[in-house]
Structure formats: C-alpha cells, structure tokens
Design a protein around this ligand. Structure first.
Ligand SMILES: NC(=O)c1ccc[n+]([C@@H]2O[C@H](COP(=O)([O-])OP(=O)(O)OC[C@H]3O[C@@H](n4cnc5c(N)ncnc54)[C@H](OP(=O)(O)O)[C@@H]3O)[C@@H](O)[C@H]2O)c1
Length: 297
C-alpha cells in the first residue's frame, strides 16, 4: 500500500502581509488564553479564600444572649468574626441585638425542657462553643426560703446549664476543634454573704457541674465557669439603683469599683476561644479581688 502523502504546509507561498496577520492573531490568542487562565485561577483562589474564611469562622450559642453579660459576650465575639445564636425569652430584645450582630436567635424559657432541643435543631453547623449566661439573684433570709424558690434557682442556674451542654453535644462533636462551654457561678460561692442562701446553693451546683462535665467531656469539650462579683447589668439594677449604695458596694472591692459586662465578657470570649485550649475544669473569679483579698482591717 502506498504511504499517505505527507502534509507539508506551504508557508513559503504565504504573503508577508498574511504572515503578519497570522502572527498577530496568534499573539492575541495567546494573550487571551493567558488572561483566561489568570481569571480562572483568581476565581479559584477567591473560592479557596472563601472556603478558608468559612472554616475559621467560629459558631457559638449564647443563652441569655440579650442580657447584660450575654450581650457583651455576643458583641465581643461578633467583633472577632463569630457566627452567633442568641437565646432568651424576650423576643424584641433578642431580635434587635440579632439584627445588629447579624445573628440568629431562638426565643424560649430554659425552664422548658423542649427549648434545648429547639436550639440544637436551629444550629445546623458545627458548634465551637456555648455560654450559659442565664441567672437569678433572689436574695432573702433563710426564714423566708421556700423549696419552690430554691428549686427554681437551681433549675435556672444549674440544671438549665447541664441541659444546654447536653443538647449541644452532637454539634460540639462535629466541630473541627475542641469545643468550649462557659458557665456562670458567682462570688457568693467562695465568699459567704447573708441573704444569699438560694443563689449560693444554685451557683455552688454550677461549680460542681463545671468540674464534673470537664472530666466527662474531655478531651473533646472544655468546660469552665466564671464567678463574677457585682457587675452592672439588668440583674443587679435594683441593688444598684441608689448611687450611694452602688458606691459603697464598689468600695468593698479591693479594686474599688463594680464590674462591667465587658470585664466579664473578655474572659468568656477568651475561654471560648482556642487560645484557652489547655484550660478546663476551672472556676475563674472576675471580681475586683472580692473573693480572695481582705483589703481593710
Ligand atoms: N451581674 C452580676 O453582678 C452577676 C454576679 C454574679 C453572677 N452573675 C451571673 O452572670 C450571668 C449573667 O448575668 P447578667 O447579670 O448578665 O444577667 P441579666 O442581665 O439579667 O441577663 C440574663 C439573661 O438571661 C435571660 N434569661 C433570664 N431568665 C431566663 C429564662 N428563664 N429562660 C431563658 N432566658 C432567660 C435574659 O433574657 P430574657 O429576660 O429575655 O429571658 C437575659 O438575656 C448569670 O448567670 C448571673 O447569675 C452575674
């Protein structure tokens, strides 16, 4: 069989004007190909950046997120780029703050067991942490204590915290990091104050819960508690309504002032973050020295 004739381009017969035209077209095609590749790789880089940003965005649930301390924690975490779910009873307060912080919110009462399952359902992404900043301050003498009041305080402060962490466990497990729970105790557990029986019992239970959960959930979840002294929030507005009383209470603290929600939020945000990655099972006082220092006499 005859070999197929070889195709030989007859470039020699192309005029110089045509050659120039072909060369220009080739250059333009090469440039457009390079441009296309660059656009494509910029697009890929942007997609990778977005994936990267998504994967470093932390997600937190804040029970009591509209309260004095809870909202300060929420604002600080928002500044740090976190995605938030706020929980509380008052819808309009939650809605307003959620709008400000581009957060989600869930309305409900921690006295209702079903709330915790609703929160778990609402949080569809992996959860990196939870703060339980719900509490009560029912002061009164032992003579006036009823079991109903004491059990309500226990339920709100300690049992609610346990159920909140329990409901968060599946979402904690899907976090790529060690998740963190921050609970709230009070200076009134370390330092005895008259009229604090109910709240001190309830917060004492929170401290027991903190170490017990920290042991049970390690190494996947860290659990710590913050024990504040008097901090200006809606919870303490009655006690601090008189400026004279507020300044004499401030004077009982070695650091000579009352706490601010931001004082407490700084530690909460730190404990929730990976920067506190080797801290668990601790109850940390943020109290102007009130629990450990006797500065007079
Ligand atoms: N402020 C202090 O001096 C002080 C001192 C020691 C310890 N602590 C502790 O610090 C934590 C935060 O206190 P805070 O001063 O920020 O109190 P706060 O201003 O009264 O805020 C409490 C938050 O909890 C929510 N909440 C209250 N009861 C609830 C319930 N039954 N179900 C669902 N949400 C409820 C409130 O929202 P809704 O009203 O909308 O439900 C609010 O968002 C508490 O655990 C408190 O015991 C505070």
């Amino acid at each position: 069989m005859e070999p197929a004739p070889r195709f030989t381009p007859r470039i020699a017969h192309v005029s110089s004007a045509d050659r120039e035209f072909v060369s220009r077209i080739c250059t333009e095609m090469t440039l457009s190909l390079m441009l296309h590749r660059e656009i494509h790789s910029v697009g890929n880089r942007r997609r990778e950046d977005r994936r990267c940003i998504r994967s470093v965005t932390s997600t937190y649930v804040i029970y009591g997120g509209s309260g004095g301390i809870g909202s300060a924690i929420a604002r600080l975490l928002h500044e740090q780029g976190a995605q938030l779910h706020l929980v509380g009873r008052n819808e309009s307060r939650l809605k307003k703050l959620a709008k400000e912080l581009s957060a989600e919110f869930i309305v409900g009462d921690v006295a209702d067991d079903k709330l915790f399952a609703r929160v778990a359902e609402a949080v569809t992404q992996p959860l990196d942490g939870l703060a339980y900043a719900v509490g009560s301050l029912n002061l009164g003498s032992l003579r006036r204590l009823t079991s109903a009041d004491a059990l309500a305080d226990l339920r709100l402060n300690a049992v609610g915290a346990a159920l909140a962490v329990q409901a968060a466990l599946p979402a904690f497990r899907s976090s790529s990091r060690v998740a963190s729970a921050v609970l709230f105790s009070s200076v009134a557990v370390t330092q005895g104050f008259p009229m604090h029986t109910s709240v001190a019992m309830a917060k004492g239970a929170v401290e027991g819960l903190t170490v017990s959960l920290a042991a049970e959930l390690a190494p996947k979840v860290r659990v710590n508690a913050i024990a504040p002294s008097l901090t200006r929030t809606p919870l303490t507005s009655t006690i601090l309504s008189s400026e004279d009383q507020a300044s004499s209470l401030a004077g009982l603290h070695p650091l000579q002032r009352l706490g601010t929600p931001e004082d407490i939020a700084e530690l909460a945000a730190f404990l929730l973050s990976e920067r506190a990655g080797w801290i668990t099972g601790q109850v940390i006082a943020v109290d102007g020295g009130r629990s450990t220092i006797r500065h007079r006499g």
